[in-house]
Design a protein around this ligand. Sequence first.
Ligand SMILES: [Zn+2]
Length: 150
Amino acid sequence: MTRTTLSELSEDDQKLVQQARDIMANAYCQYSKFKVGAALLCKNGEVIVGANHENASYGATICAERSAFANALTKGHREFTAIAVSTELEDPCSPCGICRQFLIEFGKYKVILSSSTTNDIILTDTYELLPYAFTPKSLDDHENEQKHHK
Ligand SMILES: [Zn+2]
């Protein structure tokens, strides 16, 4: 994890952060008032955005990160290079546990945590966010071990 500022990022990463900040305007968060935006950079260079969407049945709420992923996966994307996440918190906020699990499903890539009220940035990656994770490899390992035990 590295703490830095927006101006220290590459131009592409700055754009990704800006897209995460911009899409916060579409958050449906009338219960928490906690706007979150995410911008997911796909391997082909396309950026897919998402915002958090709450529900009167609170458990039905979907986070911005998973909203972006649902959009991207629906469009057929399966490989990702980076995700930027933004909230109004002055200190960049980190994805929730469910989102960390969702993110690591697609391997190791850059995670840029940002704020819409400051230029503070935290740079990390999916592996650092969820150490010792359960991943698709866990299922593959299980299948292979079962074969060898027969
Ligand atoms: Zn989440």
